[in-house]
Ligand binder design. Structure first.
Ligand code: SF4
Ligand code: SF4
Length: 472
């Protein structure tokens, strides 16, 4: 029944295979020799299978867990150095025809304020985001063929890319919209999107159907096979994720990695990113109503295991998480974070009062972007606003092969320095600027190639003179 190469959701995410995997992991969880073998394999940085990762997740031996955390941190450093890429979500519309029971935008929620941004309003939101210093957005809409048809999303993307305000520009628009047709994915590709992101929410079919009782999203197969259609439509950077708290986390990790294995087997490219949202409070939603919630320690263990299981995949954490968990997660594998986020429609321009809350979830990290950038640097991280790859045509398997060989570092590091420099020149507070300039000076010295170092220094000088948008 289980077939990684199948195009049918129930075969590449086989329930029986997951149940069998979890039973095997339970049986072997004290087999330290086997666990050591898997950790040794992970050290080769070629990844782990869903079975191997599930066994590590079941392991409770403190020494082995410390080794896993240490390895996750090392792999993070090897593939990503100390860089953290920054982005912001942009909510376009919260009209939605689906009935997802964990999301306040569900169609039956009659007291949430419904809103859809006009192109002028999008323009204002984007200018506000540019004025914060953002270069990379993830746009989000509910599913509603009347209010948010694909043409609306395409117009929004066009509008976003067209806005040039002072030195600001949005250079990469990632898209998080409902599962759609190959034809629509092709249109998104043509519109120049970066990554197509779609969270599975849960891989457990029975739970999935209960959690999505009404609307087109109820169809488990259509949703689960969306990434295959996206790839067929020419989008080769896709982002996976589950909403932790809906189902048993061990089930979700196995399913998530099986999905990654499927994409790799069928399309030759694994997921570009994996997000790790946890269910949070929101209008009409009480997270304690979901009894599969996970504590911080388990959450961080999952992050570390994903890191060593798919070392080449970017990992994203949002402002759903508070400052402390975000700080710890950065060491264990997270490579991208959002900052200064508003999760309501139009939230960057207008402040909402409590009774007109249109947010998808309550933000736990409310700090402005400048504070997040400053905080990252003081923790020894290098904030990056880089968007170079897809603009240079480094997507899909081309990107993956550079990533897997570690060569992408030669682009990421200087690009981080140059985009941080732009941020410091155009948007940073005095203190952030001081800390940042010092960091750039120090980091420049660590570029191994003399040639790259020279070009990067030259570009940094030109940025001081007012020229923008250099990239490797
Ligand atoms: S999760 Fe998405 S599809 Fe479901 S109700 Fe919310 S916006 Fe709609
Ligand atoms: S060079 Fe590519 S992989 Fe590296 S940070 Fe920039 S966009 Fe990401």
């Amino acid at each position: 029944m289980y077939n990684v190469n199948s195009m049918k959701a129930e075969e590449f995410i086989s329930h029986e295979e997951i149940i069998d995997t979890l039973a095997w992991a339970d049986k072997e969880k004290d087999n330290l020799a086997l666990i050591d073998e898997i950790i040794e394999k992970a050290k080769k940085r070629k990844g782990l299978t869903h079975r191997e990762a599930s066994l590590l997740l079941a392991c409770e031996d403190k020494t082995r867990l410390d080794e896993i955390y240490h390895l996750a941190e090392q792999i993070k450093k090897d593939f990503y150095g100390n860089r953290i890429v920054l982005f912001a979500p942009l909510y376009l519309s919260n009209y939605c025809v689906n009935g997802c029971v964990y999301c306040p935008y569900h169609a039956k929620n009659k007291h949430i304020r419904r809103k859809k941004l006009s192109m002028d309003e999008i323009r204002n939101e984007v200018i506000a985001l540019q004025d914060m210093g953002h270069k990379r957005l993830a746009i989000e809409t509910g599913e509603d063929p009347v209010n948010n048809p694909i043409e609306y999303v395409l117009d929004a993307i066009k509008t976003i890319y067209s806005i040039k305000h002072k030195n600001g520009a949005i250079r990469r628009v990632n898209v998080n919209i409902a599962a759609t047709t190959v034809e629509n994915y092709r249109k998104l590709k043509e519109a120049g999107i970066g990554t197509y992101i779609l969270f599975q929410e849960t891989y457990h079919k029975e739970s999935y159907e209960k959690l999505h009782p009404t609307g087109p999203k109820h169809n488990y197969a259509y949703h689960t096979e969306a990434m295959d259609r996206a790839m067929e439509g020419g989008i080769d950077d896709v982002g996976l994720g589950v909403l932790f708290g809906l189902e048993l986390y061990r089930y979700e990790l196995a399913g998530l990695l099986m999905h990654a294995e499927h994409l790799e087997a069928v399309h030759g490219v694994g997921p570009h990113t994996i997000s790790v949202p946890r269910i949070k409070r929101a209008d009409d939603i009480d997270p304690t109503a979901f009894d599969n919630g996970i504590d911080d320690e388990t959450f961080l263990k999952i992050i570390a295991i994903i890191r060593i299981a798919v070392p080449y995949t970017g990992m994203i954490i949002s402002t759903r998480e508070g400052k402390d968990v975000r700080a710890r997660s950065l060491h264990l594998g997270i490579s991208q974070i959002s900052g200064g986020s508003r999760t309501s429609v139009g939230g960057y321009v207008e402040k909402e009062s409590e009774d007109e809350n249109s947010a998808q979830f309550d933000v736990s990290d409310n700090r402005p972007l400048d504070e997040v950038v400053n905080w990252l640097m003081k923790m020894g991280c290098l904030p990056s606003f880089c968007t170079a790859c897809y603009r240079e045509g480094r997507t899909g398997d081309r990107f993956m092969s550079l990533c897997k060989s570690g060569q992408i570092q030669n682009c990421c590091h200087p690009n981080a320095l140059m985009t941080l420099k732009e941020y410091l020149m155009d948007y940073a507070s005095e203190d952030t600027k001081k800390v940042g300039e010092e960091l750039i000076r120090k980091e420049l010295e660590t570029i191994p190639s003399m040639k790259v170092k020279e070009v990067c220094s030259d570009h940094l000088e030109k940025i001081e003179e007012g020229i923008r948008d250099f990239r490797f």
